[in-house]
Design a protein around this ligand. Sequence first.
Ligand SMILES: NC(=O)c1ccc[n+]([C@@H]2O[C@H](COP(=O)([O-])OP(=O)(O)OC[C@H]3O[C@@H](n4cnc5c(N)ncnc54)[C@H](O)[C@@H]3O)[C@@H](O)[C@H]2O)c1
Ligand SMILES: [Zn+2]
Ligand SMILES: [Zn+2]
Length: 346
Amino acid sequence: MSAAQPVHAAVMTAVEKTVVETRTIAPLEASEVLVEVRSVGVCGSDVHWYRDGRIGSTVVSAPLILGHEASGVIVKVGEGVPRNRIGSRVALEPGVPCGRCALCRAGRYNLCPDVQFFATPPVDGAFATHVVTHSDFAHDVPDSLDDDEAALIEPLAVAMWAVGKASVTVGDRVLVSGAGPIGLLVLQVARAAGADVSVSDVAGDRLVAAMQAGATDTIDVSADELPPGFTVLIECSGVGAAISTGLAALGPAGRAVLVGMSPDGQTSVPLDVIQSREITLTGTFRYAHQYPDAIALAASGRIDLRRLVTSVHPLSDVHNALMLPGRDPSALKPMVHPQQDENPPA
Ligand SMILES: NC(=O)c1ccc[n+]([C@@H]2O[C@H](COP(=O)([O-])OP(=O)(O)OC[C@H]3O[C@@H](n4cnc5c(N)ncnc54)[C@H](O)[C@@H]3O)[C@@H](O)[C@H]2O)c1
Ligand SMILES: [Zn+2]
Ligand SMILES: [Zn+2]
């Protein structure tokens, strides 16, 4: 089928530089869908690519379209996709794995070495009027979720995977360290699982946001020490001190899940605590198989995704959307609406 669809995309051409370009999209493969993008959340990783030009040893070396938390509407399908998918509102799972390697076949597709993940060099992301993806990774969303909520299924999937890894259940006393978008979602999912949840941060407005999002209590670790006896730590700051003090605040047989990524990937952990208390420690890398459950949980009304949205930007304003979190600590989740420039409100 032909698909000479013109696409406007915000392309990162250099550190802190974006140009809106017009591109054309190649004909769809049989399993692919063309999605008109409605909303894209700005993630901390987008901000790192944009402001530092790298994350760890991976460098942005060629023009790159950022944005991986996206929702939209299917407007065209490949030959192998049922035509009745056209018109479906979808949340886009940004990582499409190979489906053939041992990890994919074991169901651990988030660890696939050949995964193609939006906005991770050299794969382009979703700050564009349209994107092409595999039909199986465009998940239908109900009309009760708006376009921003559908986009934010992505960080919700991160949170659900982390809470699931920690096997959080009724009676748990969970410590969430870091009240950014990820910590605030982990908090809400752990509450929905029946746990009491304390949230730590060093920023007062983030702790206020945590109380508003349902924290049992909050701890300002710039002033106070963590109380002991938590059953679970879900670390969402990536800060070394939060990892070591959070582990030390766990009781015997505690479980710890590291979600936050430390900038250099190196930090020290108190091995004596891990050994003498038989702490189970693991990390998370994105998620697998979470989208359908995340969509259902969001649609149930038990997770407030709208609370995260702090500003909305057209495609022509992607630069400011990416710079905002660094300039304004109260900016939780800038959203980009790529259709806004195309169809300005009357
Ligand atoms: N594992 C994954 O697959 C995955 C996926 C998405 C994001 N992440 C990571 O999760 C982390 C959180 O993402 P985010 O978007 O919410 O980031 P964010 O920067 O908005 O939030 C981090 C929060 O940690 C707080 N903080 C700083 N020092 C602290 C301390 N000592 N104790 C407690 N809190 C402290 C900050 O004030 C901030 O509110 C990042 O490191 C991000 O890279 C991991
Ligand atoms: Zn993200
Ligand atoms: Zn694979």
